[in-house]
Structures are given as C-alpha cells and as structure tokens.
Design a protein around this ligand. Structure first.
Ligand code: F0G
Length: 460
C-alpha cells in the first residue's frame, strides 16, 4: 500500500473549541501579540511545540497505574534504568524533571567563566544554561545548515573544520565539552549523520574534550540516518540510536520529545567522578537519584515511551507526516526550510514576507497571521528568540535565519488537521503583503520570547 496511515487507533478524545476570527483578534491583543500568552483554550491547532504534547499509549497509561511511589529504589526506577541502559549503554543514568534540568546540572559542573562550549546549534535553554554558568556558547553548524533552500541530507552536522579552528584559537583547556543536538532543533529539525558524530568524536577525543549529545529527538535522528545515510538502510533505528550513544561520553535528554511523555528528562554520562558530582546536585535540587524530581508513574511512562518510539511503523509514519506537510506547502510555493526535518516544518519568514525588515520581526508577524486567520499557534525561531541587544552599545544583532516553526505533537493530530494547516498557511501566503511588522515594547533580560510584549506597526 502507498498510503502510510497513523499506526494507532484513538481511544480517548479531547474536544477542540472552534473560535472565530474576532475572538482570536481580541485574544491576540490581550496577549500583546505574543502567542505564548494566549490561553490554549483559544487555540485550534497547537503547533507551538512537540515538547510534552505527545499522546501517551494505553501501555504508558497502564504504567502510570503500576507506578511505584517509594522514595528510594522504587520498582519503576529499576524498570526505567534498565530501559535506558538497553537504549544507550551508558553506565550513569540520572532522571530529571525535564531536559533543561539535565542541562543545568551538566553546565554547572563543566561550565563557568572563561569556558567555551561549542555545538552544532545550541537550543535556547541549552544556550541559556551555558551562559548562566558564565561560559560562552558557540554554534558551529555547517554553512549549508543556514541556507534555507539547500537540500543537504544532514544539515544538522557540525563543521569539523570550524571546531578544529576554535580549538587551535582558544586551546582545548577552555573547552570542557562539545554538544551535538540530534536532531538540530534550532537549525530546522535537521539530522546529524553518524559519520559526522564519529568525526566530531575523533576531534574531541584527540584534544581531551568530552562529547555530549543533546538527544531530545534521538529516534527521529536515527530514522533519518536510516533513510538518508549510505550503508545504514538495513539497520534498525534502535541499532543506529545505540551507535549514536556509543560514540558519546554522555547526553542530556528531554523525554518530552522522543520519550513520548508529558514530563521527564534524563542525564547520562560515562565519567564516574562527574557522575558523583552530578548525583549530589541532583539530590540538592531535583530529588533523590532514583526519582530525580519525578513520580514513580512518570518513570514508568518514560520507560515505555523510550521503547515505543523506536517502533519503525511509528517512525515511518512520523517522518512521513511531517514530510507531507512540507511537500504540500512547497507545491503551493510557500518558502520553507528544506528538506523537511524530523519534528516540524519551518517556514522561511524572511522569504515569506520580504517587505518586513528583521528589526520588525517578520517571523512574529507570520505567527500572528496564522493565529488570527485559523487559530494555529506556531512559534517564532528568529530575531525574537535569538536576537540580542549589546548591553553597552544598544546595537541589535540577528540570527542567520528568520523561521516560524510548525511543530507537530506526536500521535495527536490526524491528516485532516494537517490539511487544515496547509490550507490556512497557503491562504496567509497569498495575502502576505497585508502582514505587518511589530515593535517589541517590553523585553525581559533572559529567554525573552516567552514573555516579551509587542505592538503592531501601521499598515505597509
Ligand atoms: N534540547 C532541545 C534540542 C530541545 O528542543 C529542548 C526543548 C530542550 C533541550 C529542553 O528540554 O523543555 O524538557 O527542558 N525544546 C522545546 C521546544 C521546548 O519547543 O523545542 P525541556
């Protein structure tokens, strides 16, 4: 059969409230044009994130009932630990309440003033935690990774030449760890190849630098390797994922993505001494080492989620459904970041509305238009999220791309929901000349995209 169906049946439903354009217009104004401030009730299709928004399976819900809530050494912990060991082979497995808690512990231990932490593209919370420790975060993605129209199969790869140059320039002593984010969320959900992980590992090893994966979307990365990397097509996604972890010295994982759960995270490492120090921080701020800020039932759901996500019928459907959205938009002439990646389609807002300069946040303008027209909530990944203002000169700097992410929650929306998104996006594209830029009228000092307030500028 040519048609790839959703490989699950729906057992429980959650109604969607269908709002009018007028209702959405007033919700948008109340939210100061920041959709993070819009109540979810007022959203029809929520593509803000694929994080923590998965539908759990009946087996995961069964695990929630089975959860052992003992403080120390709960049955659920042992099940979780065994599943993560089978998946990653890592000796030290620390549960945390979500990805950024793992990042905070790791960078508190290895970061600090004077340190530099390279990566392909750090996600915003990763960058935030690195900078919070006093260290500097550097993005070294390959040049193809910043060209929206370039169809390189592994646009998430880190450029080995850039890494070698950085090490030569500042010395390996200042670089405690290098982070490969798989898939590369900030760069468009683009995968990193096994060959690239191997090459980066070799450079790191030569200079005594640890290699960590930010493995939030490890299963999607593994399946894209299977589809795109020569010689990998016969292997299972599980074998490929295991090799990815085998090449690394540790990993931070937000289980809210490929863990198929609504909350949870993991911190993995090989180094015994680092693990001892991480255990102490975990106990101090998250919880005892066998629950790490989670309930026993959450550990059960994660253990089952990390098993289910490597089901290849699921992964084939998952990657295909994102690709379907991308292909239909491309057919209609909508500029997107190509090729479609793992968990989302990224609209190229700079090309979508070229009449709005980056200082007026074209991505945010597009986010507002999608919400206004169809109640679709997307997220800006451009100058709102990653733009910076120099504290001394007041000069604004902008990231290389202005993107709007349509992130697809796992196992939540059906093809007709996606068809609705296609119809709405194409409509907004045809009336793109009416989109208006924005001015940021309130700017919080860190992770400003969550709470910034905007005003809409006059008609062009
Ligand atoms: N790393 C990556 C690559 C991520 O995408 C995220 C979260 C995190 C780390 C942090 O994990 O949310 O569990 O603390 N990304 C979400 C997103 C928020 O919408 O892409 P967390």
């Amino acid at each position: 059969m040519k048609t790839i169906i959703e490989p699950f049946k729906i057992k429980m439903v959650e109604p969607i409230r269908l709002t009018t354009v007028a209702e959405r217009e007033s919700a948008l104004r109340r939210a100061s044009f920041n959709v993070f401030q819009v109540p979810a009730e007022d959203v029809i299709i929520d593509l803000l994130t694929d994080s923590g928004t998965s539908a759990m399976s009946s087996e995961q819900w069964a695990g929630m009932i089975r959860g052992d809530e003992s403080y120390a050494g709960a049955r659920s912990w042992f099940r979780f630990e065994a599943e993560l060991r089978r998946l990653t082979g890592m000796p030290h497995i620390l549960p945390t309440h979500q990805g950024r808690a793992s990042e905070r512990i790791l960078f508190e231990l290895v970061g600090g003033p004077g340190k530099v932490i390279p990566g392909n593209n750090h996600f915003d919370t990763t960058r935030g935690n690195i900078e919070h420790s006093g260290a500097m975060a550097v993005d070294l993605v390959i040049d193809e990774g910043t060209q929206p129209r370039c169809r390189h199969p592994f646009k998430g790869n880190l450029d080995p030449a850039k890494l070698t140059r950085l090490i030569a320039d500042i010395g390996p002593e200042r670089i405690p760890v290098c982070v490969l984010t798989v898939t590369n969320n900030t760069g468009g959900g683009q995968p990193v190849s096994l060959a690239n992980i191997r090459e980066v590992r070799d450079i790191c090893r030569k200079h005594g630098i640890a290699l960590f994966l930010d493995a939030a979307r490890f299963a999607e990365n593994a399946f894209l390797i299977k589809l795109r990397e020569p010689g990998q097509e016969q292997r299972t996604a599980r074998e490929i994922a295991r090799e990815m972890f085998d090449l690394a010295d540790g990993a931070t994982i937000s289980a809210k993505k490929d863990g198929l759960v609504n909350i949870g995270g993991v911190l993995l490492m090989r180094d015994d001494d680092l693990a001892r120090r991480a255990d102490n921080l975990l106990i101090l701020t998250e919880g005892f080492v066998t629950y790490g800020g989670l309930a026993g039932r959450d550990l059960e759901a994660m253990a089952q989620g990390f098993r289910e996500v490597l089901d290849e019928d699921y992964l084939r459907y998952r990657i295909r459904s994102v690709q379907y959205l991308g292909e239909r938009l491309l057919e209609a002439g909508v500029p997107i970041l190509e090729p479609p990646g793992g968990h989302a389609i990224y609209l190229d807002a700079a090309a979508f509305c070229p009449h709005i300069p980056v200082e007026q946040f074209p991505g945010q303008a597009l986010v507002c238009a999608l919400y206004r027209y169809a109640g679709i909530r997307a997220v800006e990944i451009g100058s709102v999220m990653f733009g910076r203002r120099d504290p001394e000169t007041g000069q604004a700097s902008h990231p290389p791309m202005e993107l709007v992410r349509l992130a697809i929650p796992r196992r939540v929306y059906t093809q007709s929901h996606i068809d609705y998104v296609i119809e709405a996006t194409v409509h907004v594209f045809h009336s793109r000349n009416e989109l208006r830029g924005l001015r940021m009228i309130e700017e919080p000092p860190v992770l400003r995209h969550f709470t910034a307030r905007f005003a809409e500028l006059g008609a062009p």
